[in-house]
Design a protein around this ligand. Structure first.
Ligand code: ZN
Length: 290
């Protein structure tokens, strides 16, 4: 199944995004060579980011979500644009694999205690930012709490990454469900009864359910309207030119210091692990042009 996300509303009471993201999460795993716990942590965050990207209006808008904690992984970051082109990285992608009491990959333990920060750059003077203390570090629960407190939106977030025995990504996906202000009581009661009994998203995907099927499983005979279907992907927009601009932006003095001490500059892109190397001659030329 190709990666895609549906945006739907139900009875004018619920807004929901449902995603299947196996391909982009597997691409992230290959780029960063993550061990399974890091694959799951970063994969869940990339999946959430891709869905959050669908709330953006302009092509230059960006949402960056960061979890920082005292666990072995240190932190994870993901960004998305309005087309759900996502990218991200883990501070420590090669952490040891551990399992929690339920026998699942211990993402919460790997993240530890810390904070979740969502920054929205909407082309205004200042980016908007909201932060919460982590609830469990399991990411879905933390985002649910973030939406409730920072955005005053009662939500239910489910995220899952199933890692195969060969460490590749077998399934990945999730949903973000948000209760609208004038929601019908019957819809809320329906969800309150259903959500605690719902199998995990990866179980549903593993059983062969598409995002359309998951909508049906969630809402049954209620009136579901699908508004949008988009195809998210893992995409890094770094380039030689952007990297050169970043290098120039450190200023003439700093460049002269680099030239004197290192005779070259190496700039690493954390999002795709590409290295950009600038030779002595190139740096001299950059300085001459300043
Ligand atoms: Zn890059």
């Amino acid at each position: 199944m190709e990666d895609y996300i549906l945006r739907a509303t139900v009875e004018g009471s619920v807004r929901i995004f449902v995603a299947t993201t196996k391909i982009l999460v597997e691409k992230s795993r290959q780029l960063h060579n993550t061990t399974p716990v890091a694959t799951a942590a970063l994969g869940r965050l990339l999946t959430a980011s891709a869905m959050m990207g669908m709330t953006l209006k302009n092509d230059t808008d960006i949402i960056t979500t960061t979890l920082k904690g005292d666990g072995d992984i240190g932190g994870i970051v993901a960004t998305t644009d309005s087309e759900s082109k996502v990218k991200g990285y883990a501070y420590n992608p090669h952490i040891e694999v551990s399992f929690n009491k339920a026998g699942k990959l211990n993402v919460g333990g790997a993240i530890g205690a810390g904070t979740l920060t969502v920054t929205k750059d909407l082309g205004l003077k200042e980016p908007m930012s909201g932060q919460i203390e982590l609830i469990s570090g399991e990411i879905a629960e933390d985002l649910t709490y973030y939406f409730a407190t920072s955005e005053q939106t009662p939500s239910s977030v489910a995220l899952g990454v199933l890692v195969d025995v060969d460490n590749s990504v077998k399934q990945a996906g999730g949903f973000i469900l948000q209760i609208m202000p004038d929601a019908k009581e019957e819809v809320i009661v329906h969800l309150e009864n259903l959500l605690p009994t719902l199998p995990s998203v990866t179980t549903l995907l593993e059983q062969g359910n598409s995002p359309e099927d998951i909508l049906k499983i969630l809402f049954g005979d209620l009136d579901i309207t699908i508004h949008d279907k988009i195809y998210p992907e893992y995409f890094c927009n770094c380039s030689e030119e952007k990297t050169r601009k970043a290098l120039i932006s450190v200023g003439k003095k700093e460049l002269e210091l680099i030239l004197k001490e290192d005779k070259q500059a190496n700039i690493h892109c954390h999002f795709c692990n590409k290295d950009y190397n600038f030779s002595e001659d190139t740096i001299s030329e950059l300085i001459a042009n300043l």
